[in-house]
Design a binder for this molecule. Sequence first.
Ligand SMILES: Cc1cc2nc3c(=O)[nH]c(=O)nc-3n(C[C@H](O)[C@H](O)[C@H](O)COP(=O)(O)OP(=O)(O)OC[C@H]3O[C@@H](n4cnc5c(N)ncnc54)[C@H](O)[C@@H]3O)c2cc1C
Length: 477
Amino acid sequence: MQVVVVGAGFGGIASAALLAKRGAHVKVVERLSTPGGRARTTAIEGFKFDMGPSWYLMPEVFERFFNELGYSVSQFYEITKLKPSFRLKVNGASLDVPPGDELFSTVEHVERGAGETMREYLEMTKYMYDVSLSKFLYREFQSFVDFLDPQVIREARRLNLFTSLNYLNSKYFKSDLLRKLTGFSAVFLGGDPYSVPGMYAMVNYPVLGQGVFYPRGGFGRVVESMVEAGRKLGVEFQFDTEVTGVLTDDQRVKALQTSKGRIEGDVFLFNADYVHAESLLPERYRNFGASYWDSKVLAPSAVLGYVGIKGELDVPHHNVIVNGDWGEHFKSIREGKWPRTESTSYYVSVRSRSDPSVCPEGNEALFFLIPISPGLRGREEEMVKWAVRNFLGKREVSFIRIFGPRDFWNDYRSYKGTAFGLAHTLSQTASLRPPMKNKKLRNVYYVGQYTHPGVGVPMVAIAAHVVSQRILADLKK
Ligand SMILES: Cc1cc2nc3c(=O)[nH]c(=O)nc-3n(C[C@H](O)[C@H](O)[C@H](O)COP(=O)(O)OP(=O)(O)OC[C@H]3O[C@@H](n4cnc5c(N)ncnc54)[C@H](O)[C@@H]3O)c2cc1C
């Protein structure tokens, strides 16, 4: 059986390796010249950057992925727990968030009684996280009925399905700093704490309960490792090849049309952005039309800045900076407007603090991320330069390279330049996310951050597990 995967993002690479392990011949076709998609790497003036993900969370998901291939993570790369996990700055108030039990005494200094409350909060989020891993994440939801698991119905309230993350957090914590500490993780889900359901507080278990890890060599090394594992199992990669259309026959795709000629196969798995992937199919075979996508809540786009500076900084690896009213920033994202700089929050990764090998000695490599509404154009440079000044003050900068919504389209063919795909609202969860199987073409599937379970590298690795199981089960039929 020949499987052709379109796109070498995490979803494509991981699915390819899993299918090859089960005996399929797999070819991955990628338009860019390197693997990783949003997680690829770049080098600027001797500084190395991971272009997208930097928070390595849910390590057991990576371990399970490599175990399914017959390997373990440690055969490819080493992970270390960061201390502090990250720094949160809210309008000048600063909190270095430690991993482990030290977190309880740290938050007690912020709010009286918060140590004990945090313990309870993390017990609750651990419960949600464990239920999610064992019941929801690793399975496909083909219809809403599948979602009506007896445990979910029984415990809908305990799982906080019908409240917002913000509402849930405000029942536990009074201080602004701790509400923000337990709210910012909504951004990992392509949303905000006001619209993301309370059950996604489960993400706070990996962030605050398990701790944040650094994979030695960065996410670039994680990508390379998955590619290496895939190659050992026989996966073939073809880069610099853009898929431009498909040839169909009797409700099946027979071949892909690409910039380098035709590629035939038995099964076609699209890891390219869902909307773009569907645009490659004849209209009558698409799962959804334009009105469906217009009705969806997209996750934000982002303006990114890759920055090099001379001299060392006294900051941790991960820095979350909240400026002014973050409600106003989230509102600007929902309303399709640029945020006012007075109310612009952003994230900075200073990877060179954990890994000095990423830049020349005595320098620092910084990555800035400002979430913005998809589809915006025009103020990318101004926003990044503002954030750089806000974070670094008058310090001299060696270079700033900017990446914005237009680049998300140019490089990844991303719908409206969204960075994170579809937001995780209740109506875009489980069976309500776009399906992994084309409804009209018998041999076409989809995998990536648009499908269940959603946004983030571990989620996409889980999606790869789910779709490869589905493909194998369909073939058995
Ligand atoms: C800035 C940023 C920061 C992030 N931070 C984190 C983080 O800290 N931790 C975390 O876990 N997650 C993070 N994420 C999310 C995570 O990176 C993504 O959810 C995940 O990498 C998406 O993988 P994917 O396989 O769905 O898609 P992609 O990575 O987009 O891969 C799709 C691939 O398809 C290719 N393609 C598209 N069209 C075609 C075509 N016509 N022909 C051939 N190939 C095509 C693209 O070039 C691309 O390589 C971040 C994302 C971004 C953008």
